[in-house]
Design a protein around this ligand. Sequence first.
Ligand code: SAH
Ligand code: SF4
Ligand code: F3S
Length: 456
Amino acid sequence: MPVTQQETSSTAPSKVFIKTYGCQMNVYDSDRMGEVLSERGYVTTQTAEDADLVILNTCHIREKAAEKVYSELGRLRRLKSRSEHDMKIAVAGCVAQAEGEEIVRRAPVVDLVFGPQTYHRLPDLLDRHGETGAAVIETELPVDEKFEALDTPAAKPVKRGVAAFLTVQEGCDKFCTFCVVPYTRGAEFSRPAGRILAEARKLVDAGVREITLLGQNVNAWHGEGLAGHAWSLGHLLNALSDIDGLERLRYTTSHPRDMDDELIAAHGSNPKLMPYLHLPVQSGSDRILKAMNRKHTAGEYIDLVGRIRGARPDIAMSSDFIVGFPGETDADFAATMDLVRQVTYAQAFSFKYSPRPGTPASTDADQVPEDVKAERLAQLQSLLTAQQAAFNEACTGRVLDVLLEKPGRQTGQLIGRSPYLQSVFIESGGNCIGDTVKVAIESVGPNSLTGHMVEA
Ligand code: SAH
Ligand code: SF4
Ligand code: F3S
């Protein structure tokens, strides 16, 4: 017999385990699912083994990401059959949105399926499932309703550390020909400025010192400011930086087409806005950029980076790249390598093109063979890794402001972040998590820096 939350709440609290895949927006959504469920008396747990409810918050961006869900569901099915208590299994996020009922057909162990825009209805979905025991599937796309439902005065942020995410914009209207996001997350929507400022204040009151604003196209955010004026993201960042106790701001992911002058200027004038920018370009070939529907050329991207560096010369640039998009020739790929050499990145993510169901490029006749994709990816990654190493190496001997976030593995060790988003390890006598300290960088590893505190 299905056990509902009401029946168990008089005894031990129910436990939820949320496993998150994909991008930072899913990380944010998972935290908020935890909040919604905590209002229902659930506590979060770190393993599936003792959970009453397991939620897989999934990603559909590439085939590998989507298929991970089914192997995890197989593991959960075996766990559930061994387990003595009645464990419920939910699939949330972008695979849920894209595949809906298909998930229950492939994995009948699943009790709930809900998309990124309906998780605010979780308690109601659990009740509905409790009444009949049948799988409940909810995959509408009403974004505004979700945020209204989540923004109750009672909702308190749970388990946020020193650095937190805050979703300000959702969805995408750009329809790049390789990408599932416009289908899984729906149309572009900007949350109102007042709501964002209120949520940021709540986070800062809960101890957060660094906020990263999130959106699939975060710099397409626009809103009405407090005096009725139209605001862009640059204006919002400046308003957020007035919050006392908030020390750092970041935003991700930006689209090159939406980097307006006010946002670029903020990089020069707003000291809380950190000098790191993830600005995906995908390819350096104009022909491929056009086929991808990115709506800009390689030259325009390079000029844009020049203007951003004009405002903030030390900015660390990051990007995403896709190799082996349909029709990509050796010359197109060489253009990507040229762009990388011209821009020079501090960090980057690169992927083999993965054909996604329902996207225009997936049915193109001229798909690139797997071995060619693999060879191009290896070349690109070796260049990007060398650039990252050079960027990190150049930090040796410098004194950087480091926001201390958490203890390291060894006793006395703390881990923080530099302004450029590098992980920094220091030895510390006292616990100063949440403080920003000056650190002299002594040595550099492939993914982190090590130094000593020179001044609190
Ligand atoms: N909104 C962001 C990207 C979101 S998806 C933007 O416009 O840049 C994150 C990254 O995944 C993309 O930048 C792209 O590099 C990669 N990606 C998306 N779809 C892909 C696909 N079908 N195959 C391979 N990589 C893909
Ligand atoms: Fe996908 Fe393009 Fe939208 Fe980014 S801008 S989410 S890559 S469709
Ligand atoms: Fe993946 Fe959805 Fe994010 S497809 S990358 S989890 S928006």
